[in-house]
Design a protein around this ligand. Structure first.
Ligand SMILES: [Cu+2]
Length: 173
């Protein structure tokens, strides 16, 4: 049992160091994406330039929550579910996307001119626990929370988390 878990953790770490693999089926220990039709609860989250409202969320283990994300700011924002370590890793990926010119202040750039060597390194934004919302737009994300844990909802666009775009999400039994 212990051995199996260790192997799983090592595989997980390997997957995280290789975004291509991560996109191809990385699992999350706090739950999984679900269809909006399965939702047992709906929460509207307002995104401003460097703020979330409400600032924290309390959810029960087993709930399937449909998040309706309304971006009232002037900038592109992200809604991402995970623990602090996951957000720290995702911030590094977003920084790479920004440095490659793919991530602009108000949206993602088309990838037409991008060479494949870069794309093969996982330069895309399609994690199931995350959604990008352009200014003035509304997006949705539905997630089943499988167990009691302490998470954060956050925007990992470079600088935003540090400027206050993060809130506590407590999943209780
Ligand atoms: Cu943001």
């Amino acid at each position: 049992m212990f051995l199996r878990k260790s192997v799983a953790q090592i595989l997980c770490l390997l997957a995280l160091s290789s975004p291509v693999w991560a996109d191809a089926g990385h699992t999350y220990d706090f739950g999984q994406p679900a269809s909006a039709a399965k939702a047992t609860r709906s929460i509207e989250m307002e995104m401003g330039d460097m703020s979330f409202a409400p600032k924290s969320l309390d959810i029960k283990a087993g709930e399937t929550v449909r998040f309706v994300l309304v971006n009232k700011g002037q900038l592109l924002h992200e809604f991402n579910l995970g623990d602090a370590a996951l957000h720290a890793r995702h911030q590094q990926e977003m920084l790479q996307m920004q440095q490659s010119g793919m991530l602009a202040p108000t949206g993602m750039k088309a990838m037409a001119g991008m060479d494949h060597s870069k794309m093969d390194h996982g330069m895309k934004h399609d994690d199931p626990n995350s959604v990008l919302v352009e200014p003035g737009k509304t997006a949705e994300l539905t997630w089943t929370f499988s167990k009691a844990t302490s998470l954060e909802f956050a925007c990992n666009i470079p600088g935003h988390y540090q400027a206050g775009m993060v809130g506590k999400l407590t999943v209780s039994q």
